[in-house]
Design a protein around this ligand. Structure first.
Ligand SMILES: Nc1ncnc2c1ncn2[C@@H]1O[C@H](COP(=O)(O)OP(=O)(O)O)[C@@H](O)[C@H]1O
Ligand SMILES: [Mg+2]
Length: 505
């Protein structure tokens, strides 16, 4: 580990009652850096912060601070302070006493001279003069030096948040952890505080680890953004890197607005999407399925026939500096920005510079279940959920005989697949979701959704923690409970190992 690394999380995992909420988290934070963990609600941000602060212990992995393992140190022994989402100030104390509160209770080791001339270490309270200096310094950083005597209940939300920050930095931590500290403020106040926090970070020169679900906040403030989804880091990098080079569709959708499409590499450095071929700069094998991301500001609107593909303007919204248009190109929506006023319903042509077409390997092309098995009714079982399947497909050419047994005329053998281990595959668009929970083979919760040009892609998780990735034109919200159905003919199964072990005669 380089010695400019202050915090290092290595293979950190956290489970609550067997449910994994943070998985194999690896991150090095540089001294003095402003790092933001960004992700949707429930993805494990607070849990990660609480493990660094010492309020939770990792189930696995280690947390190093200045190269030393602090995974098991209690919170008060870590040179780390937290500003919480819900900052609890003492309403009956003034600003000064709120900030000084912790320091007044704190005891520090001091060398005390004994009668015999030797020194002994004793725990003593911090002298009043030193408390005074430290509180003044902290209030200066948060720009509240004239408000020492104000009752905190008379302060605005933004001022109260500053008191909470002063209370944390008065301890002179090496790392300040901030858990969505601005979420209680209104939009204008939040924007002001973002800039001020950045200033405070500069003035203090310490490391800030900030947590938010607000991408704009992350882009404004951070040196490094760590994007998390479902307990797992998706991408870490500078705001520019993450905006310009998202590694997958989730990141592209989460950071900024984007057009995301299914594409196919048709030739070297050529991708086909929205019904046209486009020159691209990312090299992928021919025929590979890819995700395509294009930022709205990178779509150039031209006169009909002058661009690469024609479309019709379906809507427009004036946004102050520019118009935002939705152009329909062969059933795909293309979001574009342009300063020129154009008519809804008119035909336009679109072009995109090849540098601005982001091509990404598809993270998922098929649902594959490698721990599936067959029950005695010849049905497929995926994590306790039962599906009808074409059992005869396990032995091509086999039939059911008069007794209902599986018979292969070629080998003249009968087979019994009760308990057989199989691998099952289902295409993303063959998993059907419904609000009607009385139907279907399984039930699950929508964990995330991404709009991919002409359909949504959902991640649905069942109670047994089995995941289904689903392409669907219909809209659901995160946390919706849905039923999952798959038609018999849409499930592909194959045996793990040889068929001989299931032959009977
Ligand atoms: N003490 C706990 N016991 C059980 N589950 C928890 C506990 N704390 C958090 N969780 C669960 O862990 C997941 C991640 O939570 P959290 O870290 O608070 O997410 P975020 O801060 O990103 O919104 C959530 O599903 C949450 O319900
Ligand atoms: Mg949280």
């Amino acid at each position: 580990m380089e010695n400019d690394t202050i915090i290092s999380l290595q293979h950190v995992r956290k489970e609550f009652d067997g449910t994994v909420v943070v998985e194999d988290f690896n991150l090095d934070i540089k001294r003095g850096e402003f790092v933001t963990i960004l992700g949707p609600s429930g993805c494990g941000k607070t849990t990660t912060l609480r493990m660094i602060a010492g309020f939770e212990l990792p189930s696995k992995g280690t947390i190093l601070l200045n190269g030393e393992d602090i995974s098991l140190l209690p919170p008060y022994k870590r040179p780390v302070n937290t500003v919480f989402q819900h900052y609890a100030l003492f309403p009956h104390l003034d600003v000064y006493d709120n900030v000084a509160f912790g320091l007044k209770l704190k005891k520090v080791p001091v060398q005390v001279k004994q009668k015999d001339g030797s020194f002994k270490t004793k725990m003593k309270h911090i002298p009043a003069k030193e408390i005074d200096q430290r509180v003044s310094k902290a209030l200066k950083v948060v720009d509240l030096e004239d408000m020492e005597d104000r009752d905190v209940s008379t302060l605005s939300g933004g001022q109260q948040q500053r008191v909470a920050i002063a209370r944390a930095i008065v301890n002179e931590p090496q790392v300040l952890l901030l858990d969505e500290p601005l979420s209680a403020l209104d939009h204008k106040m939040r924007k002001d505080m973002q800039l001020e926090l950045k200033e405070m970070h500069k003035k203090l020169g310490i490391t800030f680890l900030y947590v938010t679900h607000d991408q704009e906040e992350a882009l404004t403030m951070s040196d490094t953004i760590v994007i998390m989804n479902d307990g797992v880091i998706q991408q870490a990098g500078s705001p520019e890197d993450i905006y310009n080079e998202p590694v997958n569709a989730f990141v592209a959708d989460f950071i900024g607005e984007s057009n995301i499409y299914n594409g196919t590499m048709t030739k070297k450095l050529t991708a086909r999407f929205i019904g046209a071929n486009w020159d691209v700069v990312d090299d992928f094998p021919v025929n590979e399925k890819v995700d395509i991301v294009v930022r709205p500001e990178d779509v150039i609107i031209k006169a009909p026939g002058k661009g690469n593909v024609d479309g019709v303007i379906a809507s427009k919204i004036f946004q102050g500096v520019h118009y935002e248009y939705v152009v329909i190109v062969k059933k795909n929506e293309v979001l574009c920005r342009d300063t020129k006023d154009r008519e809804v319903g008119s035909t336009v042509s679109l072009s995109i510079d090849k540098e601005n077409i982001q091509v990404m390997k598809k993270d998922f092309t098929v649902n594959q279940y490698t721990d599936a098995w067959i029950n005695k009714e010849n049905q497929l079982v995926i994590s306790d959920d039962v599906y009808d399947c074409d059992i005869l497909s396990l032995i091509p050419g086999s039939v059911f005989d008069e007794d209902g047994r599986i018979y292969d005329p070629k080998t003249k053998k009968h087979y019994d697949f009760n308990d057989a281990d199989v691998i099952a595959e289902v295409d993303l668009d063959k998993v059907e979701l419904s609000d009607d929970l009385s139907i279907g083979n399984a039930k699950g919760t929508i964990l995330s959704s991404v709009w991919i040009g002409d359909h949504y892609r959902y991640l649905v998780r069942t109670e047994e923690e089995e995941d289904y990735v689903v392409s669907s034109p219909y809209s659901w919200n995160e946390n919706d409970i849905v039923s999952i159905s798959i038609k018999k003919e849409d499930i592909r199964i194959r045996l793990k190992g040889s068929a001989d072990q299931y032959a009977q005669d």
